[in-house]
Write a protein that binds this ligand. Sequence first.
Ligand SMILES: NC(=O)c1ccc[n+]([C@@H]2O[C@H](COP(=O)([O-])OP(=O)(O)OC[C@H]3O[C@@H](n4cnc5c(N)ncnc54)[C@H](OP(=O)(O)O)[C@@H]3O)[C@@H](O)[C@H]2O)c1
Length: 247
Amino acid sequence: MRRFDGKVAIITGAARGIGFSIAEAFASAGATTVIIDISEKSVQEAVRKLQSFEYKVIGFNADVTDGNRIDEIFKEITARYGHIDILINNAGITRDSLLMKMKEEDWDIVLNVNLKGTFICTQKISRILLKQKKGVIINITSIIGLMGNVGQANYAASKGGIIALTKSSAKEFGSRNIRVNAIAPGFIETEMTKVLPEEIVIKYLDAIPLKRMGRTKSISDLCLFLASEEADYITGQTIQVDGGLLM
Ligand SMILES: NC(=O)c1ccc[n+]([C@@H]2O[C@H](COP(=O)([O-])OP(=O)(O)OC[C@H]3O[C@@H](n4cnc5c(N)ncnc54)[C@H](OP(=O)(O)O)[C@@H]3O)[C@@H](O)[C@H]2O)c1
């Protein structure tokens, strides 16, 4: 018997990076795992990769800001499996520039995907979880949402918003046995951080007490814990996984 046998876990933005690592973790722990991501081709590739290990994985392409599509997908999953146990709101983007020069469209798209996308998926799933009287939601925020960052006013605001949304939804859903927590990664090796200039990377590494970038597995391991029975009295929290960068 594996730890998540019989459970259904949905992860957004799971075709690559942190989301893919989370999908892999739940699938290898026995969960029926649902990958949602914006590009159909990347979803298919990710599903194929995980199915090659004989994991129970399916995928849907969707934009997390498209409420109707998300609703349709969640309903289809419920019809197919009878329940949904875990939602990980992971899809996120950056459009960095100094606040003085930031285009409104870059503000809007980052707030839309990161914060509104998390709100939409949370609202749509809540109808199902509230009826079930159980469920777990984990929101992937960032330490930038706690500390701010030069050139990331939009991203920081969206991630700070996710922390507040996490607390509000934990308060609203707690009495129905639904836990909502957030994970705030620091500087993790993915496509998102690959694009950073070398001098920025060196500066970060110098400031991180553990002196290295984080691995996606550190985030997925925490997701498994927060979704498990061992975490059944933890809700409304934002847990940092950042090598000690922010303390
Ligand atoms: N990497 C880090 O150091 C770090 C640190 C703190 C927090 N985080 C957070 O962790 C999460 C994952 O980051 P990552 O580094 O793994 O990013 P990533 O490698 O860029 O992966 C993000 C995935 O989300 C997808 N996506 C983008 N917009 C979407 C939308 N509207 N609807 C559905 N899917 C969408 C992307 O698809 P396309 O590529 O096709 O657009 C991509 O597959 C994000 O929320 C990020 O803010 C990351």
